[in-house]
Design a protein around this ligand. Structure first.
Ligand code: ADP
Ligand code: ZN
Ligand code: ZN
Length: 820
């Protein structure tokens, strides 16, 4: 028999698949897409994916034998590898880098892996093999073990199968950057206890309760709400039961203590069917027309369709209809959202319709949970709705019929670090085409690129211009800050109109959202005498003041120092706080509205466990009166009692040196404004600015997306930016400043020789030093007519040549295709 060889993908930035020799015994067992363990480098062991099986030994090296066979079936499907291939080509990275991003950590154990005990699992030691037992025991006394240590304990060279086995049994976990466990919202539910489900038993219960009329009433209500007959009584939400029976929590508990009922904490959304909203929602006329148009366009061609619908127009309702049809036809649906918008609000709304057909894939899930989802999908062709953030595009899908990218304008669909620097929205277009699936992009404020594609006919298009029902678009008021200052009407951050509106809203028991763009508004300290400002020692940035920590902190590397009492430069005690971030605003507002319950939502306040979700819950249940926040608050949330939204200072959003600054400012302000007023109450939005005549301010005020688009379209064409030109950004990085300077000049020169004036720079970016590494950027602008694939190959090979030069061997070049 001829010797078999396999090309494998290693989860590393190596340029091409690597070839190994297959031990004869495994000839019949290996298959493409399965995992194997291989030795790479001196001592390292990695999980690799079989890419190709063939009979050709490599030319330049002696192939090593595969170390271990992990699966005897593909864990990665051919269509997934095809997608990886596309990502690697398009985003100019290696297949291995794509694999590293695509496979959950639990599926790619390597010699670098560190294992620990899964404390959520009760270990049944009798079920373990002797070797497994030894590892589990060792982990009881050592918190963590490296693969080498496991090897030493077992006195065995190949320990991976045993470790894999323990992972499969959920006894051990792989260490990862500690992530918060995603926690769904829980509620207490009441059911009839199993001991009281027959007529006689119930009769007995009522007898027992003859001297506790209130409890008897609760029981009756439960039977009524949970619907008779008794053996079918379904769970009723505890608070609903209390309300209906006009009973207290203690009275319900008393019944539980008697063993008649049971109280159980259940995930909200996984409600018994009758608890979901009554009936299907009837689409309104505009929605129905949009739905029909979208479906007709799906029928006609496989083009993606852009659905532009103002906030509250019912885009989500359309998604639900389209998903339902897809599932009914026996195919899967993929629903992508920005991570931050993936809240229980949207999850439970979808769960009401699709119940346990939903699989949520969240970055806050731990490695084990992600492996489970992966394996579940591998095994099933059943209709499923997969709901996730950008990395959900990597899940195995057998039968994809529909992809939805919601909030498609969001830049967070693009991954910046590490490679693959992919845009999940654009990759989803390719994924859908591969599966011959329909594709819908949705937004109230589409990206210029997508809107352009719809104009040019590359995408289809549908539009919804009004909010559902009697809900109106919010009333927009521009507040001229110059005038407010001149007339001395400012109360710190509030011009008079906003201040009065907040006061009124609070007295009406309505909620307020205040928006402050984070960038450029971070508070810092400065010496009033000599002008000294503390800067990060590792990065070229000013340290940001954190009131809560009483510290000055770097947002790039985390470096921090205590808040100085005196100026270290001149000794003056006049060290003062300048600028204002959300934290400062929060404390200032307390002065004007001491009664109000104020919360802040920004990167810092949401770092903790479930903090983001918690703030949303509190806003929903009315425990917050004023929410102060950054971009985070703009994402897909729907609160009925928010009547006032204030954009505290619109100007800094507009004044960025970025060709997307105006597009972004428009999107941000429109999305924030969209949080105001739903259903029957018209919301009011205040935009405070020093430049009330700025075109973008006027466009936002008039809800005029088209005006914004037309201006942008014109500018992009004139100044050679997307969608008319494609961009590739190269960043040259090293800790030696001179090397970065010389290297970037050299590289730009090399590029100019083939691409001429399509090359811009090199230039230092706004923050030229991060974590003690210097950065310099080169921008490549390519006209659409140019053969993209070929140009990328040229650029890639120039970078390789550059890195082969003696001087620049250690200089890193980061390639970012379609930077955002
Ligand atoms: P969008 O996703 O465009 O912001 P949503 O789908 O969230 O809009 O709709 C806004 C609100 O209006 C939601 O509370 C939704 O339940 C409600 N709604 C939208 N369409 C309908 C409809 N046809 N019937 C009943 N309620 C609707
Ligand atoms: Zn000083
Ligand atoms: Zn720093």
């Amino acid at each position: 028999m001829e010797t078999k060889f396999v090309d494998v993908i290693l989860p590393l930035p190596v340029p091409r698949p690597y070839t190994y020799r297959v031990p004869k015994d495994w000839n019949e067992k290996i298959c493409e897409g399965a995992r194997v363990l291989v030795q790479f480098g001196k001592k390292k062991i990695y999980t690799a994916i079989i890419y190709k099986i063939h009979h050709t030994p490599p030319q330049h090296y002696r192939a090593k034998y595969l170390s271990e066979l992990v699966d005897e079936f593909p864990i990665v499907q051919p269509n997934q590898i095809e997608l990886w291939r596309w990502i690697a080509d398009y985003y100019m990275c290696s297949l291995g880098e794509v694999m590293a991003a695509a496979l959950p950590a639990g599926l790619k154990v390597s010699s670098e892996t560190i294992i620990m005990l899964n404390h959520h699992m009760e270990i049944d030691f009798d079920q373990l093999t002797d070797r497994e037992y030894l590892i589990a025991e060792a982990l009881e006394s050592n918190e963590k073990l490296t693969m080498q240590e496991v090897s030493d304990i077992l006195q065995l060279k190949t320990v991976y199968p045993i470790v894999q086995g323990l992972i499969a049994k959920q006894i051990i976990l792989i260490e990862e950057v500690v992530k918060e466990r995603y926690k769904p919202k829980m509620n207490d539910f009441v059911t009839l206890s199993p001991n009281y489900q027959s007529e006689e038993q119930l009769k007995q219960a009522f007898d027992e309760l003859s001297n506790a009329p209130k409890q008897m009433h609760v029981l009756m209500k439960l039977l009524q709400l949970g619907k008779t007959p008794p053996e079918k009584v379904e769970a009723v939400k505890k608070t609903t039961l209390q309300k209906e029976a006009q009973a207290s929590s203690a009275q319900v508990k008393a019944l539980a203590e008697k063993g008649i009922i049971e109280i159980e904490s259940l995930e909200v959304g996984r409600l018994p069917s009758y608890q979901s909203e009554p009936g299907e929602k009837q689409l309104n006329e505009e929605q129905q027309a949009a739905l029909e148009s979208i479906e007709a366009q799906f029928e006609e061609s496989r083009k993606p369709v852009l659905l532009q619908g103002v906030t509250g127009s019912g885009k989500t309702e359309l998604y639900i209809k389209l998903i339902q049809k897809t599932l009914d036809s026996g195919r899967q649906a993929l629903y992508l959202l920005p991570e931050i918008a993936l809240t229980t609000q949207i999850i439970s709304r979808l769960e009401k319709h699709f119940g346990d057909q939903i699989l949520v894939y969240h970055s806050k899930f731990n490695a084990q949970e992600r492996v489970e989802i992966w394996q579940k999908l591998l095994k099933t062709e059943q209709p499923k709705l997969i709901l996730g953030a950008r990395s959900a595009i990597f899940l195995p899908m057998n039968n994809l019929g529909l992809t939805i990218v919601d909030e498609e304008h969001e830049q967070s669909f693009k991954q910046y670090d590490p490679a693959p620097r992919y845009n999940a929205r654009d990759t989803a277009v390719v994924l859908s085409a591969m599966h011959k699936a329909n594709m819908l992009l949705g937004s109230a404020t589409p990206s210029i690129e997508s809107r352009f594609n719809a104009h040019s006919g590359k995408y289809g298009y549908a539009f919804m211009g009004s909010r559902h029902g009697s809900a109106q678009m919010p009333d927009m008021e521009v507040v001229d800050l110059r005038e407010q200052y001149r007339k001395k009407k400012m109360k710190t951050h509030f011009g008079e109109p906003l201040y009065e509106a907040v006061k009124k809203a609070l007295s009406n028991k309505e909620q307020v959202i205040l928006f402050q763009n984070r960038r450029g508004f971070s508070p810092f300290v400065q010496c009033n005498t000599c002008g000294w400002t503390p800067e990060c020692k590792n990065c070229d940035v000013t340290l940001t003041y954190h009131k809560f920590l009483q510290k000055l902190k770097c947002h790039y590397c985390g470096y921090n120092i205590p808040h100085p009492k005196t100026c270290p430069a001149c000794g003056s005690p006049e060290v003062q706080l300048k600028g204002f971030g959300t934290e400062k605003i929060e404390s200032d507002i307390e002065i004007y509205f001491p009664e109000a319950r104020i919360k802040r939502m920004d990167l810092d306040s949401t770092r903790g466990k479930n903090a983001h979700q918690q703030i949303i819950n509190e806003l929903e249940t009315g425990e917050i009166d004023i929410l102060v926040g950054t971009q985070m608050i703009t994402k897909g949330l729907d609160f009925e009692k928010v009547s006032v939204v204030g954009i505290l200072n619109a100007d800094l959003m507009l004044n960025f040196q970025d060709f997307r600054a105006h597009e972004r400012a428009f999107q941000l302000m429109t999305q924030v404004a969209g949080r105001a007023g739903r259903k029957d109450r018209r919301g009011k939005v205040f935009i405070q600015t020093f430049d009330p005549d700025h075109p973008v301010i006027k466009q936002v005020k008039k809800h005029n997306y088209d005006a914004m688009y037309n201006v942008q379209d014109h500018e992009r064409l004139n100044f050679h930016y997307p969608p008319y030109y494609r961009l590739i950004k190269l960043t040259v990085v090293h800790h030696d400043k001179d090397l970065v300077l010389n290297g970037s000049n050299e590289l730009a020169g090399m590029l100019r020789r083939i691409l001429g004036d399509r090359i811009l720079g090199p230039e230092y970016p706004a923050v030229a030093r991060i974590k003690n590494k210097y950065h310099r950027q080169i921008l490549i602008k390519l006209e659409k007519q140019l053969h993209l694939g070929k140009t990328k190959e040229q650029v890639a090979s120039l970078i390789t040549d550059f890195n082969l030069m003696d001087n620049f061997k250690s200089v890193r070049v980061i390639v970012d295709v379609d930077p955002v």
